[in-house]
Design a protein around this ligand. Structure first.
Ligand SMILES: [Fe+2]
Ligand SMILES: [Fe+2]
Length: 169
């Protein structure tokens, strides 16, 4: 079903983007914020596992990956580097912003998949707890200060745009 393929493809691309964000934040953090390196590594580990989950399903069903996959990588690296250079709190604001946007999408996906595709439903369900934990951590370690509002907003818009684009490509 076309809608199921679309969901699997956008989630696969999203995890690829997430991997690139954490990788580039880690690159900066190894120099500037060594204390958060283990946490970022842990989150990167989750995103790799999520990516593999969707990658396996796409391959087993012969579904092509998103044409915008390399745009996600580029976007991820850009967001990762810029937020990391804006400070350690900006890293967590970025996480909070992305995950709250993503979780919103996961909810309607789960709603749809529960009626149409058990395997895809299980795959999306299997990543949800990790993403909730990421958002939670981002929210508590980020900042509610107005200084970070533009970062939160830009990251949210970029995430929404990437998701929108990937449903077209
Ligand atoms: Fe993920
Ligand atoms: Fe995540």
């Amino acid at each position: 079903m076309i809608e199921v393929e679309r969901i699997l493809r956008v989630d696969h691309a999203g995890e690829f983007g997430a991997i690139n964000i954490y990788r580039s934040q880690l690159f900066v953090a190894r120099y500037l914020y060594k204390d958060i390196v283990p946490k970022l590594e842990e989150m990167l580990g989750h995103e790799k596992k999520h990516f593999n989950t969707f990658d396996r399903i796409l391959k087993s069903r012969n579904i092509r990956h998103c044409y915008a996959l390399y745009f996600w990588a580029f976007g991820g690296i850009t967001l990762g580097v810029l937020t990391a250079l804006a400070g350690r709190k900006a890293i967590w604001v970025c996480t909070d912003s992305i995950e709250s946007t993503v979780l919103h999408h996961l909810d309607w996906q789960l709603d749809f998949l529960s009626q149409h595709d058990t395997e895809a439903y299980d795959a999306v369900m299997s990543i949800k707890a990790d993403e909730e934990e990421h958002q939670d951590f981002g929210q508590t370690h980020g900042s509610k200060s107005f200084v970070y509002k533009p970062i939160f907003w830009v990251v949210r818009q970029s995430t929404e745009f990437a998701i929108w684009l990937s449903t077209k490509l």
